[in-house]
Write a protein that binds this ligand. Sequence first.
Ligand code: ZN
Ligand code: ZN
Length: 175
Amino acid sequence: MYSDNSLRAELNAKGYRQTPQRQLIFQIFQNLPAGNHLSAEKLYLLLLKRGEGMSLSTVYRTLKIMTQMGILREVELAQAHKHHELNTTSSSHHHHIVCVQCHQAIEFMNNSIIEQGLRQVHKVGLQLIDCQLTLHVICPEAMHKGWPQSVPIHWVCSRFLKANQGDDSLPLQLY
Ligand SMILES: [Zn+2]
Ligand SMILES: [Zn+2]
């Protein structure tokens, strides 16, 4: 995990400056409760609420730079809609089970996946930045309601609600 100093060192090493904006965005991700993911739009609103005047395009650009550097990772929860979280080190490296109805995610850990990934990239002499496995699922509850035709677009499966319970900053509607 990065401290403010090591984040600055990492940015500088790649030719980027450590700006207060990048530092603040990093802190927001660091304080995000486990299982939460932020879209650029949601992050933009969070920054606005804190009185940080940052344009949406600056937010997009910062997310892109930090993702390319492997500080953040992109998570595909809904089609054509990216979310981000910290790209954590091996101890808390996780993958996602994503519901195709409500686009909520459940995180799971499985070390054999990243070990396999490391073996594959080392074999060809490359360095691993991130390793993601995303399982797209639908629950029996939604099937029972006649998914996909007769389930309202913003209906959230109770199983995913339960998995993310106690987390009031959860962005329920991702669109
Ligand atoms: Zn995650
Ligand atoms: Zn669902």
